[in-house]
Write a protein that binds this ligand. Structure first.
Ligand code: NDP
Ligand code: DXP
Ligand code: MN
Length: 382
């Protein structure tokens, strides 16, 4: 039985994870979960899945939720609450689908308690991949990818030798503005940015997809998950999001993983690995219906966030945490209409320029870099 702690239950990945658990109650059980501010949806979920422990964003939210819940549900809050959910003694697997670098500490705490990690929260590996992977290796804990590209590569690598990989190739849809020239991006709106051509996802990730910072975060995530240098990680534009990523081997052979753009596929695979279960309500891939698949080279001047992410990854140390923190603040400011779309990349660039990298940083140095960067970016926005 998979006994699951779920962080970010009310989000896009969280709700789809609960769909998978609901359909597989004979082999999966929700033990603990966290929500943010969506108390209404959280309450419905608690009534349906009856987790023993729930974490909410704030003490006020806990006080609002606590009286309406069954007495056997324990409600906690804040950063400590996320850690309590991630380390619940009855759980054997953490699915981390909270958004942002707030996901890092709970992941590390769960590894310490020897839980299997199904990781959707890409910011965990972007900010502290070296610490997370080392801790997981020491504890003998598996880190199973949920992100569609990383799940694809994980599936392509099944049984293959790492020494025989030439490169991994992440596919990128190009996001909401892929058919616009760079100077057409000056006045784009939040609503336009949130209109992703292929995937339905949370707001932050949908904007990241439009700037291609998402692909940049995924490049860094792949570097840590598959322990490959950046010279062996490539990105290609692929409009349809049908090929979720590929691996090219030394002998030029390429293995790709395909499927309809439905996150329930990689979520369920992470929860059932190494087995595969039926996924009844997901549309089967019909290539003759799709007709043709398209590919194009990335223009790194058009997608400067992707270029900066490669730079941050290669610099290493605290720089990826700075890239990520600046991006989180800038995207939040764009979503609340305080800055324009193109200012996102300008703010990330300024944050990277002002930062003096600390190599092989301990966790405290990463958290400091994250915090300092957020303050600096907030000042630039005022
Ligand atoms: N959506 C997708 O298809 C994919 C997502 N991912 C990654 O998975 C993660 C989640 O993405 P997604 O589901 O789209 O995001 P959503 O914005 O849809 O959901 C985020 C979840 O985190 C909660 N949350 C937000 N901020 C905080 C906080 N400060 N403390 C505690 N909880 C918080 C939200 O609570 P509430 O809503 O209640 O406020 C919600 O439950 C991201 O890292 C993303 O990059 C990776 C691949 C695909
Ligand atoms: C579904 C998923 O994994 C997202 O992270 C996806 O990668 C977004 O697609 P693009 O960033 O390619 O637009
Ligand atoms: Mn992805």
């Amino acid at each position: 039985m998979k006994k699951i702690s779920l962080l970010g239950a009310t989000g896009s990945i969280g709700t789809q994870t609960l769909d998978v658990i609901r359909a597989n109650q004979d082999s999966m059980k929700l033990v603990a979960m966290s929500i943010g501010q969506n108390i209404g949806l959280g309450e419905q979920m608690i009534r349906e899945f009856k987790p023993k422990l729930v974490s909410v964003l704030s003490k006020d939210a806990r006080d609002e939720l606590f009286p309406v819940l069954p007495p056997e549900t324990k409600v906690v809050f804040g950063e400590e609450g996320l850690i309590e959910v991630a380390t619940h003694p009855d759980a054997n697997l953490l699915l981390n689908s909270v958004v942002g670098s707030v996901g890092l500490k709970p992941t590390l705490a769960a590894i310490e308690c020897s839980k299997t990690i199904a990781i959707a929260n890409k910011e965990t590996l972007v900010t502290a991949g070296h610490i997370v992977m080392k801790a997981a290796a020491e504890k003998g804990v598996s880190i199973l990818p949920v992100d569609s590209e990383h799940s694809a590569i994980f599936q392509c690598l099944n049984g293959e030798k790492k020494s025989e990989i030439a490169k991994i190739i992440l596919t990128a849809s190009g996001g909401s503005f892929r058919d616009k020239m760079r100077d057409e991006l000056k006045n784009v709106t939040v609503a336009e940015a949130l209109d992703h051509p292929n995937w339905s996802m949370g707001a932050k990730l949908t904007v990241d997809s439009a700037t291609m910072m998402n692909k940049g975060l995924e490049v860094i995530e792949a570097h840590w998950l598959f322990q490959l240098p950046y010279s062996q990680i490539d990105v290609i534009l692929h409009r349809e999001s049908v090929i979720h990523s590929m691996v090219e081997f030394k002998d030029t052979s390429v293995i790709a993983q395909l499927g309809t753009p439905d996150m329930k596929i990689p979520i369920q695979y992470a929860l059932t690995y190494p087995d595969r279960l039926e996924l009844p309500r997901t549309k089967r891939l019909n290539l003759s219906e799709i007709g043709s698949l398209h590919f194009a080279e990335i223009d790194y001047e058009r997608y400067r966030c992707l270029k900066m992410a490669f730079q941050a990854g290669k610099i290493g140390g605290t720089m990826p945490a700075v890239l990520n923190a600046a991006n989180e603040e800038a995207v939040a400011a764009f979503l609340s209409n305080h800055i324009s779309f193109l200012e996102i990349e300008t703010l990330v660039e300024k944050a990277m320029e002002r930062h003096v990298t600390i190599n092989d940083p301990p966790l405290e140095a990463i958290l400091d870099a994250d915090n300092e960067t957020r303050n600096a970016v907030k000042k630039l926005i005022q």
